[in-house]
Each structure stands twice: as structure tokens, then as C-alpha cells.
Design a protein around this ligand. Sequence first.
Ligand code: HEM
Length: 184
Amino acid sequence: MGIMRNFKMILGGIGLMLLGTGTFSPAAQYDHEIQDKKMSFAWKVDGDNLAVKMSAQTEGWVGIGFNPSKMMKDANFILGYVKGGKAEIVDEFGNEDNNHSLDTKLGGTDNVTLVGGTEEGGTTTIEFIMPLKSSDKNDTEITVDGDTIVLLAYGGGRDSFKSKHQFRTTLKVNLSTGASQKVK
Ligand code: HEM
């Protein structure tokens, strides 16, 4: 009897372990998350890299920008969308107050690595990894222990990087503690 009970307990334990792995959520890969209206930004500082998940209620693009000097100027932008089940991502730079262009068109380099993307129930989610200190001549280094200006935005229904934002927000974030404050 005793052996049988132990056997059942072991089986139960294995079952719980399997259940545990089955319910593991991908959000657990990230240490911090900010939600603003219909958009969220989750991240993890991973050594010299930043792992990012950006998500918004749109069938168009979702985008993030780091450290503009003014409006969109000088910000390091990453935009992504999912078209026909396939995620596309671009690494851009704010070359003017109201304009940005591909890093590669500005004499720089593409430094982001796409991890994945989904578009489900009208929500687009893009995950990528970027270096905190990119080799692009335009990008400024992102300092994790201090304030980073983070721009979040998303476009309309069209899968085009040319369509303007439907929503945008500016936040001041401490990437290492997760503390954040809305700037405007
Ligand atoms: C194709 C993509 C985009 C287009 C065509 C575009 C266009 C524009 C234009 C025309 C303005 C000036 C007028 C206004 O304030 O509405 C502007 C401002 C701005 N955009 Fe974009 N944008 C794009 C992507 C982004 C992305 C990805 C972000 C951030 C993640 C962003 C953040 C901002 C901010 C913060 C401002 C200015 C705010 C201020 O007045 O200080 N934009 N954009």
C-alpha cells in the first residue's frame, strides 16, 4: 500500500511539473511592462542588449523610439508590422523633427534582431532585441541606470511604414528599475 501511495504521489508531482511548464507565459521573459491606453511596452535588460516586446490594438505598425532631442529628431526608432502572418521590422533614425528614415539610408547600420511577431484579434505584437550601444553612427547609447525618453506609437490599419501614427506617447523610463512617468 505504502509503495502504491508513494508511486501516486510521484506521478502527481510529475503531473504538476508538466502543468507548470504548460502554463509558462512568454511575458515572463520580460522584467518590466508599461501600458498606455491601447499600447504596451515590455522589456528586459539582458547584458549589453535590450529585449523588447511592443504591442498595440492595431492591424498596422507598432513602434518605439529612444532618446529624441526634439519631437522625433535624433531618436532611434524601431517599427514593425505583421503582414500575411509574417513580421517585418525596420531600424530607423529621426533625421528631422517630423521625419525619420532607415538607418541604412542615412549611412548607418541596421542593428535590430527580430524575435517574432503576431497579429491576433486586432492586436499587433512585435518582439526584438537591440544593442544598448549600437554601432550605428547616429544612435546614442542607451543608459539603463538613468532616464531614457521612450516614445511609443502605432499606426492605422494599413501595413505600411509610411502611414502616420494614430496614437503616440512620450515616457521617461528608468530601464533598470522599471520606474516610469508620462512626459506628454
Ligand atoms: C511612418 C511613421 C511616422 C510618421 C509618418 C510620423 C509623422 C509625424 C509628424 C508629421 C509629426 C508632426 C506632427 C504631429 O505632432 O502630429 C510627428 C510627430 C511626432 N511623432 Fe511621428 N511619425 C511616424 C512614426 C513615429 C514613431 C514610430 C514614433 C514613436 C515611437 C513617433 C513619435 C512622434 C512624436 C513623439 C512626435 C512629436 C511630438 C511633439 O510634438 O513633440 N512617430 N510624427
